[in-house]
Structure formats: structure tokens, C-alpha cells
Design a protein around this ligand. Structure first.
Ligand code: ATP
Ligand code: ZN
Length: 226
């Protein structure tokens, strides 16, 4: 177990789609930070709540390892790493505590425009490129579909044109990227948004009270927004 701490640590994305909205949300909750020069770690001023600025992929692991108490991350990333952990027999280490009303997108299957989509049975024997191999593998298994998952870390949408996959499973918001690559969305695997993620077990030191207080403030702020 991680050592007792009396300051809270929240991990947010350093750069990217969730970076600015996550910081604004926490500011609206009354948090402020002393700007550190390397900007990887921001020391909390108004409350003993520090910020860690990281890649979004690192956030679930930081919570699992007890390095951070909360994180703001896409449900897609949290679910993928949770599914990957489960596949290798690790226990659940984090959970989505609140939906935050930003970062909305869908994890979808998309096929070449000329395909006539009739249903998942069409996927048998096909190669599907994705950055979400564990979610996709679970989804296929639940439907009894035997397809090949091709894991790619980026530029998934060009895989069909390159011939490295027949179709893709990727995040979609406007659909413009799909259209630009002559792909069309056909199935939704996950409706995603940014979430506040936290540990499965609340620590039993000074952080518990801070965590409860932050959740209360968050509920007030997120409710006002919609
Ligand atoms: P990092 O450098 O932190 O690893 P990244 O490239 O993985 O960044 P972003 O592209 O900034 O991540 O996306 C962060 C999150 O924003 C996604 O995981 C997802 O939850 C959300 N999101 C919302 N709309 C989209 C979209 N159209 N495409 C990709 N992600 C989206
Ligand atoms: Zn990332």
C-alpha cells in the first residue's frame, strides 16, 4: 500500500483536448496553483491539492499505483486500460466517479464507404485496426465474432487504404476524419466523455476528507454547466 499523504494529487492531461477544460473545471472548483517552472507538477495554493500534468495514457496507471488520487481522463482510455488489466487477471484498480460533460466522442467501427453494412456477422475473418484492442476484443467476444484485432498507436484511419486492415475501430466526434478517409461509421462500441477517475478504495488518511470535499464542489460546478 502507498504511504500516507496529506496532500491530494490530481493527474490531468498536459497537452491535448482535455488539458484546458480539465484545468478550468478544477479552477471553477476553487483550486489554484503556484506555477512551477517545468509545469509537470503544480503545487496547490488555495488547498493542499497538487496537479500532475501527464499524457492521458498514463493517468489510469498513476491512480492504480497510488501515485495520484484522482485523474481527469476519457472514459475510452479508462475502459481500455481496465479491460486490458482484466484480460491479464489484474483486479480493478480505478473507477469513473463522475461524468464531466466535456470531451464527448464515440468509439465506433467504421468501414470503407463502398461496403454495404448488414451487421456484425460481416466481420468474421476481417482485420480491424484500432488503438483500443482490449475494448474491441471484449466487444467481438461478446458477439461471438472471430475477427483479427490489429493494434496501431496512431493514424488508424489510414489503415484500410494502406491495406494493413479491412476496417477500423476509432474515436469519432464530428465524423469529418472518417469522411476524409472514405470511411463510414457503422457500430458504436462506447459513448465516451471526460470523467473524474478515482481509486476503488478511498485512502484512510487526510486525503479522504479532501476527496469528499472536491467531489461535492465538482457536483455543484458540473450541475451548473448543463
Ligand atoms: P496524449 O499526448 O496526452 O497521449 P492523445 O493524443 O492521446 O494525447 P487527445 O487527442 O488529446 O489525446 O484526446 C484526448 C481525449 O479526448 C481522448 O482520449 C478522448 O477521450 C477525447 N476526444 C474527444 N473527441 C475526440 C476525437 N474526435 N478524437 C480523439 N479523442 C477525442
Ligand atoms: Zn494519449
Amino acid at each position: 500500500t502507498a504511504p500516507a499523504r496529506d496532500r491530494l494529487r490530481i493527474a490531468i492531461q498536459k497537452n491535448g483536448r482535455l488539458a484546458e477544460p480539465a484545468r478550468s473545471l478544477l479552477t471553477a472548483c476553487g483550486l489554484s496553483w503556484r506555477q512551477s517552472r517545468d509545469k509537470l507538477f503544480c503545487y496547490g495554493e488555495s488547498l493542499p491539492v497538487d496537479l500532475l500534468l501527464v499524457r492521458d495514457d498514463d493517468i489510469p496507471g498513476l491512480i492504480a499505483d497510488g501515485v495520484c488520487d484522482f485523474g481527469i481522463v476519457g472514459r475510452n482510455e479508462l475502459d481500455e486500460q481496465g479491460a486490458a488489466r482484466r484480460r491479464i487477471g489484474l483486479p480493478d484498480a480505478y473507477q469513473a466517479l463522475r461524468g464531466l460533460n466535456f470531451g464527448q466522442c464515440r468509439l465506433m467501427l467504421a468501414v470503407p464507404e463502398e461496403w454495404e453494412w448488414t451487421g456484425v456477422e460481416q466481420l468474421a475473418g476481417k482485420r480491424i485496426a484500432t488503438s483500443y484492442p482490449a475494448i474491441l476484443a471484449d466487444w467481438l467476444a461478446e458477439r461471438g465474432v472471430d475477427a483479427q484485432v490489429v493494434e496501431l498507436s496512431g493514424s488508424v484511419e489510414i489503415a484500410p487504404r494502406l491495406g494493413t486492415a479491412d476496417l477500423i475501430c476509432d474515436l469519432v466526434s464530428s465524423g469529418a476524419t472518417l469522411a476524409a478517409n472514405q470511411l463510414k461509421p457503422v457500430e458504436t462500441l462506447l459513448e465516451s466523455e471526460a470523467v473524474l477517475a478515482g481509486p476503488v478504495r478511498t485512502p484512510d488518511d487526510a486525503r479522504a476528507g479532501l476527496m469528499a470535499m472536491l467531489l461535492r464542489r465538482l457536483d455543484g460546478v458540473v450541475k451548473v454547466q448543463d
